[in-house]
Write a protein that binds this ligand. Structure first.
Ligand code: MRU
Length: 370
C-alpha cells in the first residue's frame, strides 16, 4: 500500500541486516509514521501484546518472524526445547486471533523436518517470509472475489457510489498488504467503481479513527469517520449498501469473532436487509471449534476505556482521562457474530456461505470437521 506515495508492507526483513525485522509502530499512527526494528524474540512478544502491530494477519506474520528471531537466539544444545518454550509464550501474547498460533505451528512443523540447526534457522526465516507473502497474496485474491459483489451493487445503483460500512481496521495495516475487508474496496477503486466507506471509530482503541480512515486517505478512497453508535441510523436511512468487516477467528461452522461492536452492526444490518460480509484469509479459520461462543475473548486493560489519546493543539501526542478517577471499567476486545447473521465469507478461494459444509467444500484439505 501507498504511504506518501511510497509502497510499504507492514512487516519486512531489514535489507541491511537479515537478523532484524522492521515493522510500522501502529501506536503512533496517524500522527507519526515510525518504523521500529525488532531484534529479539522478546521484543516480538511485546510488539504483539502492546499492539505495536495488531490485526489477525499481521499478528500471524509477526509471530512467524518472532519464531525466526527465536531460532537465532536458541542454543544449539536444547534448540527444540527453547523453541517450544518460546512458542508457548508467544502464543499466549494475544488470545483471540487464530493466525497467531497458526503461524507459530507452521514454523515449528517446518523446522521439525530439518536435522541441522543452521538449516532450521534458515527454514524458520523462509517460512516466516512465506507466511508474509502468502498473507499478501491471499488478501489480493480476497479483493478480486469481493470485487464481484461490489460490481453487482454498483450495477444496481447505476454507477452511483457504493456505500460500504466497516468496523475496526481489517485493512492493509491489519495484514501484510491489501487488507481483508479493504481489499475488495481497493479492487473496486482500481476498476473505476466509485466507493465511499463509512468508518466506525471503534472505541476503545480507535482502530477505525486512527488507522482505517488514515489508510483509506493514503489510498485516495472517499471515507467518512463516524462514531460507533451511528451505523444503525445510517442503515435505516438507506445510506449503507453493504457491510464488510474482518475477523480474528472464524469457526469452521461460520461463527466470527471480530472487534467488539461487530455483532451489533450485524444485527442492524439484518434488520435493514443489508448484506453483511466477512473477509478473511483461510489462516483465520479455527478448524476445531464448533461454536463461536467458545472462542477465547481477550480482555484488555480498562484504562483503554477510561482514557483517550490524541494530538493536542501544540502537536504533542497526549493521553487524557475521560472518566472519574475511580471509575470501574471493562474492556472486552472482541465479540462473536453468529453465522446466521452473515451473508457470506469472502476468502482467497471465493465467497462462501458461513456454514460448515460449504466451508469444508471450499477447503477440503481440512477434513469435514466431524
Ligand atoms: O485488536 P486488534 O486491532 O488486533 O483487532 C483487529 C480486529 O478485530 C479487526 O477488526 C479485524 O477485523 C480483525 S484483524 C483482520
Amino acid at each position: 500500500m501507498q504511504i506518501n506515495n511510497r509502497h510499504y508492507r507492514t512487516i519486512w526483513p531489514d535489507p541491511d541486516n537479515s537478523r532484524q525485522i522492521c515493522i510500522i509502530d501502529q501506536r503512533q499512527l496517524p500522527h507519526e509514521f515510525v518504523i521500529e526494528t525488532l531484534t529479539s524474540p522478546e521484543q516480538v512478544v511485546t510488539a504483539i501484546k502492546d499492539m505495536h502491530v495488531r490485526g489477525a494477519g499481521l499478528i500471524g506474520a509477526t509471530a512467524g518472524f518472532g519464531m525466526f528471531l527465536a531460532s537465532l537466539q536458541a542454543p544449539d544444545m536444547g534448540f527444540t526445547s527453547y523453541m517450544e518454550k518460546y512458542a508457548k509464550t508467544l502464543g499466549s501474547s494475544r488470545p483471540t486471533a487464530r493466525n497467531l498460533v497458526w503461524a507459530i505451528d507452521r514454523v515449528l512443523a517446518a523446522i521439525a523436518k530439518d536435522t541441522d540447526i543452521e538449516q532450521k534457522r534458515s527454514t524458520a526465516f523462509a517460512t516466516a517470509c512465506a507466511i508474509a507473502d502468502e498473507d499478501a497474496l491471499f488478501c489480493q485474491q480476497i479483493g478480486q472475489h469481493g470485487l464481484a459483489i461490489i460490481e453487482e451493487i454498483s450495477r444496481k445503483k447505476q454507477g452511483a457510489p457504493v456505500n460500504i460500512l466497516t468496523h475496526c481496521n481489517a485493512g492493509w495495516l491489519a495484514f501484510v498488504d491489501y487488507g481483508s475487508a479493504t481489499a475488495p474496496i481497493y479492487a473496486a477503486r482500481d476498476v473505476g467503481i466509485p466507493v465511499h466507506v463509512w468508518v466506525d471509530e471503534t472505541r476503545p482503541w480507535n482502530q477505525g479513527a486512527r488507522l482505517t480512515a488514515w489508510e483509506l486517505q493514503q489510498e485516495n478512497i472517499a471515507n467518512t469517520l463516524i462514531c460507533d453508535n451511528c451505523g444503525g441510523h445510517l442503515m435505516q436511512n438507506g445510506m449503507v449498501d453493504m457491510v464488510i468487516v474482518g475477523t480474528d477467528r472464524t469457526t469452521h461452522t461460520g461463527d466470527v469473532a471480530n472487534k467488539i461492536g461487530t455483532y451489533l452492526k450485524a444485527l442492524a444490518a439484518r434488520d435493514n436487509n443489508i448484506p453483511f460480509y466477512v473477509a478473511l484469509p483461510s489462516s483465520t479459520f479455527d478448524w476445531k471449534l464448533d461454536k463461536g461462543m467458545h472462542i477465547p475473548i481477550e480482555q484488555r486493560s480498562g484504562e483503554e476505556v477510561t482514557t483517550i489519546s490524541g494530538k493536542d493543539a501544540q502537536g504533542a501526542i497526549t493521553t487524557v482521562t475521560l472518566a472519574a478517577a475511580d471509575t470501574k471499567s471493562a474492556n472486552y476486545s472482541f465479540d462473536v457474530t453468529p453465522a446466521r447473521l452473515i451473508t457470506g465469507l469472502i476468502t482467497e478461494r471465493g465467497v462462501v456461505k458461513a456454514e460448515r459444509q460449504a466451508i469444508h467444500r471450499l477447503f477440503p484439505e481440512n477434513g469435514t470437521g466431524r
